[in-house]
Design a protein around this ligand. Sequence first.
Ligand SMILES: [Zn+2]
Length: 113
Amino acid sequence: MGTAAWVCFDCRSAVRRHTQYVGDVPCQNCGRLCVYLGYRIPVPPRRKRREWSALRAWLAQRQFDRDVQTHVDRIRESTALRNEIDRLEARVPNASRSQLVRRLRYRLERLGG
Ligand SMILES: [Zn+2]
């Protein structure tokens, strides 16, 4: 395993840590927390303000896309669980079916649905 970069957009600088590193990475210049960039995305040279700005916008967009996808996945899973609960409850009740419905309801609750 190699190193990954964490960047400070205010200082346009990068800090490198082992890819397995877990925890906050403060900027070596200003002390603010750096943003994880990873190991594949090249860090722009400090003087290239436009590249830093584009990188920041790209990371924000990527995070937004991930958040939307997580939300969509959660809705999909909730719908599937509700459909399965409805299907099971429409059948003649028995102990194992009731237990399964309880487990599915628990999972649905944990999804916030
Ligand atoms: Zn900084």
